[in-house]
Design a protein. Structure first.
Length: 505
């Protein structure tokens, strides 16, 4: 596996995922080193001049008017890291931490932070040696970036705090020594450069959008199985319908559903049935392309926003080596990501909601034309009755989790930071939402396959049959009541691993 060059301009999702999941090695690109040296020279000249520069020889936030002596500049940066490392809550996962390290190194490598190359090189070395800072997940309002989470990351870079190294949680200093990495001795602006940025929320969202894309593919697969279990019509997925309302996501899901059910023997066998008087299917089936498609389009918009952020300078102040200027601004503000997080959350809630409705359609004998609650001896057996209840509980919980965060704000830093994004909170709820969504989809997959078994020997389409085989390899048909909690867990793991999504790719 080739070493990934960190240069602040060319980090893609694919490269980030290689770093995070595959442990690909990274190094600071030569061109990035030169850019960093040029911007660092600007800071060095300003220190020599004695001019007041925010974050270099002044205090921070509301204390920006306090001048710091030249002899105390290094101490100022260390104090900044220590004071801001006050996070609470469960630590971020290893994958989230690796994403943060890679993203912060990349932002600094862009060459607008005014810090020495060794700062980015140290973060790269931590990634390569798998020195993972323990980063509490709570404490950021997403205003001057994710100050608190990034401070815990920076603590380990300077040989303090806590880290996980070779499966053990030890002091940051011990981890750095064991890995053979020299901790940073911070110089002017370097503590601030490590802390100012959106890389906490960006890391969580970059991983979240990947899992969400897997989930929407899985939802298409589940919907195709449910359509056949309910003997629904594929007519609503005609490509001409998508052409006259040309949303990209709609066309993609309609194409997936047509492909998955191609060759199915189920619908045709029941089209002229005396028992089946339906003219149109319920919205949860007929409008799957419109709903799933809207989710797809929302995810594409989220991905586009994150793509910009992947290679953006989110420091403050920014150092422009070409003009020798240091300009204070607000690129650290998380509002774009906070709004993207809300959009992502709403999309996940929509997928869970429509999936739960298809589960209800299948378990309700008035709509399914199948045995009540998908079990032959209903009454003696409850069958899938309570699985629908569990799905309803999860779908309802997801709705509350989808409450917007980006419209909230609470002033901080003595009203200096008087409008904040709450982006980290918006990003933190995405993984719990994804877990809930995957469990809803797991229940739909189990329900649909049970419905298909009740229609045997008729079979679904060839590609949908691949999904059926995945389910049945983990969960056998339910002939009599048993706990299906292990089956749901097994399906959730398969969904997360992309087993169903891969059918479409």
């Amino acid at each position: 596996m080739s070493t990934i060059q960190i240069d602040g301009d060319n980090l893609s999702f694919e490269l980030l995922y290689r770093i995070v999941f595959d442990g690909a090695e990274v190094e600071l690109a030569a061109a990035a080193r030169n850019k960093m040296l040029a911007s660092r020279a600007v800071i060095e000249r300003l220190i020599e001049s004695g001019d007041a520069v925010y974050g270099v020889n002044t205090g921070f936030g509301k204390l920006a008017s306090v001048r710091i002596s030249r002899e105390q500049i290094g101490e100022l940066q260390v104090n900044l890291v220590r004071s801001h490392a006050c996070g609470t809550g469960a630590p971020l996962s290893e994958h989230e931490t690796r994403a943060m390290l890679a993203l912060r190194a990349n932002a600094i490598a862009k060459g607008f932070s005014g810090v020495r190359p060794v700062v980015a090189e140290t973060l790269c070395a931590m990634l390569n040696a798998r020195v993972h800072p323990v980063i509490p997940s709570q404490g950021s309002v997403g205003a001057s970036g994710d100050l608190t989470p990034l401070a815990h990351l920076a603590q380990v870079a300077i040989g303090e705090g806590e880290a996980i190294f070779q499966t053990r949680t030890i002091s940051g200093g011990e981890a750095m020594r064991a890995a053979g990495i020299v901790p940073l001795a911070l110089e002017a602006k370097e503590g601030l450069a490590l802390l100012n940025g959106t890389q906490g929320m960006l890391a969580l969202l970059a991983l979240g959008v990947r899992d969400a894309e897997i989930a929407v593919d899985t939802a298409d697969v589940a919907a195709a199985l449910s359509l056949d279990a309910l003997r629904g019509s594929p007519a609503a997925f005609d490509e001409r319908i998508a052409e006259v309302r040309p949303y990209t996501g709609h066309a993609t899901t309609a194409r997936n559903l047509r492909r998955l059910n191609e060759g199915s023997t189920i619908r045709e066998s029941h089209r002229s049935s005396e028992k089946d008087k339906r003219v149109q299917d319920a919205y949860s089936l007929r409008c799957a392309p419109q709903v799933h498609g809207a989710v797809r389009d929302a995810l594409a918009q989220v991905r586009a926003i994150l793509s910009v952020e992947l290679n953006s300078a989110t420091d403050n102040p920014l150092v422009f080596a070409d003009s020798g200027e240091v300009i204070s601004g607000g690129n650290f503000h998380g509002q774009p990501l906070a709004m993207a997080a809300d959009q992502l959350a709403v999309a996940l809630a929509a997928l869970a909601g429509i999936s739960e409705r298809r589960i209800e359609q299948m378990t309700n004998p008035q709509t399914s034309l199948l045995p009540a609650f998908l079990i032959r001896e209903a009454g003696l057996n409850s069958g899938f009755m309570i699985l629908q209840v569990a799905a309803a509980a999860l779908a309802s919980e997801i709705k509350t989790q989808a409450t917007p965060h980006s419209v909230d704000s609470i002033p901080t830093s003595a009203n200096q930071e008087d409008y904040v994004s709450m982006g980290m909170g918006g990003a933190r709820r995405i993984q719990p939402m994804l877990t809930n969504l995957r469990n809803v989809l797991a229940i739909e997959l189990l329900s649909a396959c049970q419905g298909l078994d009740l229609l045997a020997p008729l079979r679904t389409g060839a590609d949908a049959q691949k999904a059926y085989a995945i389910v049945r390899a983990e969960s056998k048909m339910v002939d009599a009541d048993r706990s299906l909690a292990p089956d749901i867990r097994a399906m959730e793991r398969k969904i997360a691993a992309g087993a169903f999504s891969e059918i479409l790719h």
